[in-house]
Design a protein around this ligand. Structure first.
Ligand code: SER
Length: 874
């Protein structure tokens, strides 16, 4: 049997022989595109090439791309595990032509690979072509049909509608008609009984699409119209897991050597058997085998599970798996993290990012599991309270609270309700869910208008970034568009060339101005969407945008940011020196105020480690090391030189290497840097904390900010010295003061004891009627009164006494009742306190033996005494 690894290899080899450049998968977590959280199709990384915004380095490429379809337009989550051929994370094998070959070659390559290399039986294959769409004014794809006729019988070429055979990336963006290849894996008897072509695109688990060839010709605009792309391209996507399944003659993707090792491992862990069926426990096996991949790959690419955005999606996937394991495989404690090692080994040749971060991944996953198990048990308690009160059903609102506040999945609520013999109002739950979805959709809604092209002759070329060397340049506006987000609008401006650095690699975007004579457009930020640089502004009041502008950045902000960025490199290298080579960057922020660096490490940093880090970075600053900046280094060369690269970062084939002392710090980086480390001046760590399991965060400052930091500390010291009346030596003066205070506290305690004893004696000797005495003490602290009461209670086993005193302008009544009286007379101090409070508009409470009521000073003592007697002698 051909293994999955061999099948993947053959795909890439085949296209390499056909002149394709094989490129690595980009990270599954998307950083520079607000329209996507995760890569959901092999073509995402090439969107700008299709649209003509960026040039293609190679006209033919092929790859296997990690994809995740759990949010947005392409969302398969609910199917996963329930059926046998959808996945959260999957590999998409793809070949691309950027303005090179089109339908003829694409179809012939696909056919050759499937039938001659993989030797799939031709009589099990069907193809579909686009039937056209009158409303969109799109013609039937006759050309593809004619080409297919050379390879496959005409009655196996089926027509497909816009939904199935016109592929669109999202609401806007590149799109085009597609031709799909389907495979019929039913047995001969079934095939004889029902003609396979009637089952194509009919959700039959055994007649499935394996390969989609999209002919990218159009761009879907925001106004919904289609425009022709500058060139015609091919985008193909073949689901790797499905391909392996049919080559390995299995009826489910999960039965292949991609998933079975994980399923077998889960079998061992839970002591149950996978039954190759549709039972809940089999679904659980599949859900776990699928989800561990999605979770591991996304965390490895830098996404930590969290409460928002992409992190929340990961958290939900993990919870879905844990819940299935808990409900149907009887897992009571974390188990998912134990699968990481196996998964990492399985992918070590294609996706080494798992092996390299094995321990980190399993720690993060275990922590997530731990907290979800805790949430589950909290949820179960709430559920039990609910069912105790709801006799017949659980309301949609309650089910939603369980879901939303306690992370308690709806089907678990439903399952437990079933077991308890009650109903859950599903429709009402769905309604609540929809309200929440709409709310969050509106909060993140982004309406983008179509581009207004200002200088058409400049359109279609990538913006030239000159900001490594220049802070100012002349520039022309290529195009502008308006974006409305959260009811606020702004404009994105694309220039032909720019000194503005666009936010990336943790470094904030530049701000500045576009100047035309005495008119200005204020740029408040610069961001990137894939490779296009957007200058953001709130207002454009200039009429003639076609003119040549001067683009000028805020130099102070840039210079401070640059120092912080270079210091981040020195810090990262120092961390690896001081803590060890396991330190991996897990996030960073560099702005004009500070640098923030997140990294994998398993313990809190000691004071000594922090000092070592500060000394090491400052030593490198003092050594005045020159920057070595290398552009266009082949990525393989950089990696073999040991240059630090990040997991989860998308690198091109040629990279920029930033070096400060080759033996110390070499990083792949697109950010801006000081020419010499001396420019950083000083470095100081201002905080160290944990942000999640296995990830620590350091915040630090450089240059003038360090001076200001110490000036602030000095001012604080001066204030303290002033408060201490400027002693010659501050520390001994403070120590003396503390000693003195401790001594005085002791003396006060002694006096208090003396006072308490004297009072107790005085009261005891005057007590003729311990039952019901009310004694006025005068000005006393509650603490002393409590001590007096305690002693009275221990001296006399027959007291029920009220001590009236004054504290902080209030009248207070302390009631002490000895244990014997509490039971013989049924008198409780807290009960009496409550009643006195009610009678005299006060409040208070305490224990049956001792309680205090607080009253206004104006309260009549006579009335109080009368009421007290009434209550005691009742
Ligand atoms: N973009 C197409 C798809 O995702 C083909 O790669 O199916």
């Amino acid at each position: 049997m051909m293994t999955a690894s061999e099948i993947r290899r053959q795909f890439l080899d085949f296209f390499e022989q056909k002149g394709h450049k094989i490129v690595p998968s980009v990270p599954i977590v998307v950083k520079n595109d607000p329209t996507l959280l995760f890569i959901n199709a092999g073509m995402n990384p090439f969107k700008d090439i299709f649209l003509g915004n960026a040039p293609a380095q190679y006209s033919r490429i092929a790859d296997t791309q990690k994809c995740l379809r759990v949010s947005g337009k392409h969302n398969d989550l609910e199917e996963v595990g329930v059926d046998t051929y959808h996945h959260t994370m999957f590999e998409m094998l793809g070949n691309w032509s950027f303005g090179d070959y089109f339908k003829e070659e694409a179809i012939s390559y696909a056919w050759e690979l499937l039938t001659e290399v993989y030797k799939l039986p031709k009589d099990r294959l069907y193809v579909t072509i686009f039937e056209g769409d009158a409303k969109e004014n799109l013609a039937k794809d006759e050309e593809s049909k004619e080409i297919w006729k050379k390879y496959i019988a005409e009655d196996r070429i089926l027509l497909g509608n816009k939904k199935d055979n016109f592929w669109e990336m999202g609401d806007v963006g590149p799109c085009g008609p597609c031709t799909e290849i389907h495979f019929d894996s039913r047995n001969d008897a079934e095939r004889a009984r029902i003609d396979g072509k009637t089952l194509v695109n009919g959700d039959d688990p055994n007649v499935i699409e394996i390969w989609n060839n999209v002919f990218m010709e159009f761009n879907r605009k925001a106004d919904k119209s289609l425009e022709h792309l500058p060139n015609k391209h091919v985008d193909t996507g073949m689901g790797f897991e499905r391909l392996v399944r049919i080559i390995q003659s299995k009826t489910s993707n999960y039965d292949t050597d991609i998933f079975m090792p994980i399923i077998e491992s889960v079998e061992k862990m839970c002591g149950k058997k996978y039954g190759f069926s549709d039972t809940k426990s089999d679904i659980a096996f599949r859900v776990i085998a699928d989800h561990i991949r999605a979770i591991s790959f996304t965390i490895a690419d830098g996404q930590i599970p969290s409460n928002t955005g992409a992190g929340y999606v990961i958290r939900r996937i993990l919870r879905r798996a844990v819940r299935y394991g808990y409900s149907f495989l009887d897992f009571q404690t974390p188990f998912m993290h134990q699968l990481v090692s196996l998964l990492a080994n399985q992918f070590s040749d294609v996706f080494p990012e798992l092996t390299a971060q094995k321990d980190y991944l399993s720690q993060v996953i275990r922590e997530e599991e731990n907290s979800f198990f805790a949430t589950l048990s909290k949820g179960i308690k709430i559920f039990n309270d609910l069912t105790a009160n709801h006799e017949k059903s659980i309301s949609g609102k309650d089910a939603f609270t369980l879901y939303d506040t306690y992370g308690f999945p709806f089907d678990l609520t439903q399952l437990m309700a079933q077991e308890a013999g009650i109903m859950v109002d599903e429709a009402a739950f769905e309604k609540e869910l929809q309200i929440q979805k709409d709310r969050s959709k509106n909060a993140t809604k982004l309406e983008t208008e179509d581009w207004e092209i200002i200088n058409p002759e400049l359109d279609g070329k990538a913006t030239q970034f000159i900001g490594y060397t220049d802070f100012e340049s002349n520039a022309s506006i290529v195009k502008i568009r308006k974006v409305v987000a959260k009811n606020q609008s702004f404009y994105q401006i694309v220039l032909d060339k720019t000194p503005f650095y666009a936010e990336s690699g943790g470094q904030v975007g530049d701000s500045g101005e576009l100047i035309l004579g005495n008119q200005k457009i204020y740029i408040y930020n610069t961001v990137k969407e894939n490779d296009t640089i957007f200058h953001l502004t709130k207002e454009i009041e200039i009429a003639d945008l076609k003119e040549n502008f001067t683009a000028q950045i805020n130099k102070t902000k840039r210079s401070l940011t640059t120092k912080n960025h270079s210091a981040t490199h020195l810090l990262q290298a120092s961390l690896r020196n001081v803590l060890g080579a396991h330190v991996e960057q897990k996030g960073s922020l560099v702005n004009e105020k500070l640098l923030r660096f997140d990294f994998s490490h398993f313990a809190k940093l000691t004071d000594e480690e922090i000092q070592k880090l500060e000394s090491m970075v400052n030593a490198k600053i003092q050594a005045q090391i020159d920057l070595k900046e290398e552009q266009n280094i082949p990525i393989d060369e950089a990696k073999s030189r040991g240059v630090m690269a990040l997991f989860g970062e998308k690198y091109g084939e040629f990279v920029r290497v930033i070096t400060f002392d080759a033996a110390f710090s070499q990083e792949l980086c697109g950010g801006t840097h000081v020419k010499n480390t001396g420019e950083i001046e000083y470095f100081k760590i201002i905080s160290e904390s944990s942000i999640s399991a296995g990830v620590r965060r350091i915040e630090a400052i450089t240059s003038q900010a360090v001076l200001e930091f110490y000036q602030g500390k000095e001012a604080q010291l001066e204030e303290i010295a002033l408060a201490m009346k400027n002693p010659q030596k501050l520390l001994p003066a403070i120590q003396n003061l503390m000693q003195e205070t401790a001594q005085q506290r002791k003396t006060i305690e002694q006096y208090e004891k003396y006072i308490v004893n004297a009072e107790v004696q005085k009261i005891s000797s005057s007590l003729s009627t311990p039952m019901g005495a009310m004694i006025s003490l005068g000005d006393f602290s509650s603490e002393i009164v409590k001590n007096i009461a305690t002693q009275l209670r221990s001296k006399h086993n027959d007291v029920a006494i009220a001590l009236v005193y004054e504290e902080k302008e209030k009248m207070k009544v302390a009631i002490a009742i000895s244990d014997a009286i509490q039971s013989s007379e049924s008198l409780m101090a807290n009960q009496i306190a409550k009643e006195l409070g009610q009678a005299f508009h006060g409040g208070g409470g305490g224990q049956p033996s001792f309680s205090v009521v607080t009253l206004e000073m104006s309260t009549s003592k006579e009335a109080l005494s009368k009421k007290w007697l009434e209550l005691v002698q009742k």
